[in-house]
Design a protein around this ligand. Sequence first.
Ligand code: RIB
Ligand code: CA
Length: 326
Amino acid sequence: MQPRKVIIDTDPGIDDALALILALGSEALDVRLIATVAGNVDLDCCTANALRILEAFGGPAPPPVHPGCARPLGRRLARAKHVHGADGFSGAAERHPVRRLEASRTDAVTAILSAVRENPDEMTLIALGPLTNVASAIEVDAEAMTRLRELIVMGGSFGHESNVTAAAEFNFFADPVAARVVIQSGLPVTVVGLNVTHRAVLPRARFEALLREIPSAVPARRFLTDLTRQYFEVYKRQRGIEGAYLHDPLAVGAAIDPQLIASRRYPCDVEIEGELTTGMLVVDTREAAVEDRSNVRVATAVDAERFLTLFERALRTAAGTPTQKV
Ligand code: RIB
Ligand code: CA
């Protein structure tokens, strides 16, 4: 089967990095370009981190990295350095300097629109950060964006799970205006929210056992260890769990194997002015509304074991340990 052409829009970030490794290691995906957006950390950091990942896991002909928007469309800046480290790489960025790759001089919005126009109805855009680049592309050329095959968005939550305020998930909170543009766009949007990402926790012991399978001389082992050490500590401290959420890898997983998630179309919108609820994904589950106003496909359940197995196989592939590609 032909691999699925994808664009990945991302704010690396630890789970973004793991999502990129999953995508790069999957035979089911053809990663055509990576767009970076300010989110977990500043844009330049996100772009450098994307290059770091490509140098370690991108192979001989990695996809280009196009820097995107440094500031959200609406509201003040939000960052998640307390989760991903000030460098967006668990404090290990300097141990993995970018040596040979450079970011493209073409900006992300231009690159996204060109890729969609050149591959009408074949391109899937997987958005793993604030939706600033995606909303900007819609505002520049909405017609071109209608030729997307699917827009898979890690963000929001179906129900009341949140992580950055009592009501909002980080990607939607960091740029609620952009999130509303995308949710109201009429594009084929699938939202992978906290209601499913919180149901597919990667147990620390399981991940550490996988790392031990990788020979210590293999660079990928040190890279993955550096990348994740702090990440597990953060979740232990913040959520009291011996594991880590794989928010962004699940969005990529949904592109690799759509059967990983169950979903349903609902009428959705995003709060942009609420004193307590800015950035909240509002899903209208009233049957009458669902019948005639549904605009977004919302993930409602996840096959966690199927996903974790897919994720582990991709890491083994990426690290060059014996397994067939995912
Ligand atoms: O809420 C989780 C999302 O916010 C993930 O994309 C994570 O990388 C952060 O950007
Ligand atoms: Ca992210």
